[in-house]
Every structure is written in C-alpha cells, then in structure tokens.
Design a binder for this molecule. Sequence first.
Ligand code: GLU
Length: 290
Amino acid sequence: MSYRGRFAPSPTGALHFGSLVAAVGSWLVARHAGGEWVVRIEDIDPPREVPGAAAAILATLDAFGLSPDGPVLYQSARGDAYAAAFERLKADGHVFACWCSRADLAVHGGMHRHGQCVAAPDADRPPAWRLRSPDETIHWQDDLQGPQSENLLEVAGDFVLRRVEGLWAYQLACVVDDGEQRITHVVRGADLLESTARQIYLQRLLDLPRPGYLHLPLVLDSNGRKLSKSAAALPVDPADPLPALRLALERLGLGTPTGADTPRALLRAALNEFKPASLRRSSLGPGGAL
Ligand code: GLU
C-alpha cells in the first residue's frame, strides 16, 4: 500500500505557527516515504468558523510551498457520508440519544459513562447522540511517541457523535474522511493523541482500515502553554514565508539548510536531509518553548 498523508486544518482563523509545524511535519514524512499528501478543510463547526479563513489557510500553504496532491476535501460538503456512518452505528446499536445536561454530567466528573441516557427524554428538546464506549483499553503504536494505551470508557466515556444543534462531531467526521481519502498515515499535533483511541474504535465499528499515527510535539509559548488559534497564537505571514518556515523546520528537529531562497527550495533541501527518526519527540527541553 502506498503512503497517503494529510493535513486537516479547522478554519477557525489564519494558519498559525503551531499548525504550520503540523503541516510541514506531515508533508515531510509523506514525501520522505515517497507518498502523497492531501489537505482537508474541517469546516463542520460553523459557529467557530471565521469567514475567509479556509481560503486564507490554503493560500498560506501555497505561499509556503506546500501543495496538496489532488483536490481539497471540505467537510461541510460531506454531511451525507457522516449521516450514513451514523445511521449504520445506530442500526448496529452503538448509539443512543442523550438529554443529559451539563449538571447531570458534572455529578460524574463531566463525563458520560452510563451507556445510556440517565435524564428523562424531552420531546421539546433535540438530544445529543452519543456512542456507547466499551470498558476496553485500546492499544496502538505511535510512530514518534511510542506504545500508547487508553481505556475508552475512562478517558472518553460515551462520546458525542452528533451535537444537540445537529452538528457532526470531529471524531466521526475525521474517521469517515480519513477512510474516504484513503489516508494510510496520520501525522498531527500531540493535542490529538488522546482522540486516537476513539478514532480507532470508530474505524473498527465502521470496518475502516486503521492508519498509522504519528503525533508531533506541540509548540508551546514562552509560558509553556500550547499555542492555539484561540489563544494569542501569531498567524504566519504568507508574504514572508522563509523565517517561519526555517523556524518550523528547527522545531521539528531539522537543521536549517542554508542557501535556499524560496520556500520550495528550502523544503526540498530539508527533505534531502530529513529522517523520521530525528523528529523532535517532546516539547520540553532547551529551546522547547517559542
Ligand atoms: N482539524 C483539527 C485541528 O485543526 C485537526 C484534525 C486532525 O488532524 O485529525 O486541530
């Protein structure tokens, strides 16, 4: 099977430095393997979206020399596929409607672990739809972080597949689309390490192949906090890509090749010296924070 990697940003703002590192990391690993690299815009959460952000992210990737192989997949156009997967899980008895309030969940540490709704059904209010989690520890090998295990019931509980507002949850959309895009390897930030067991379980229930996983260390700010789009993360400047690209390569554990004066030349030079084994494993350590 040939390698197919992906970068899957949510258009909640301009591309920030942390996401650039994930984009460059997934691109390098895919290209090093002689594989393809595709892009998916995860626009399934309209309330959190910023108008124009998807186009801006794609233009920024292009300015950084990161061109996807093939068309970009937009999750906003994939509702029918998510509905079909959801109906299958429902028909197989894995899904239940849930009217539990935050207060109901707070009694159990904010987590739903009952396997069924414990609130009274309310015909006047739409429910959330949850997947019943088994008390099972899922094991997998992360290509950078090593062996992983997570008890689904403990860590995720009965997780939401469809929100009260009718919106599809990230876990379901991600799994359906990694299947649709025939992704063989997922390379992304370590903030999603904890989602992996949920995704592996959904792949099993939907008869989808399990891709390999590699989680890159997060980029932290000088206070040791994660850089995220909602915090004070600085967007990268598509008009001046070289400094941010050099810094991104450094963060991934690569030296910065000299003499390259365009993003594409810099990426090509970085790819020549790249070895997956030399990827930086942890956010901590000297120079760990931005
Ligand atoms: N859309 C997610 C994000 O921007 C990434 C999802 C993934 O790579 O699985 O954080």
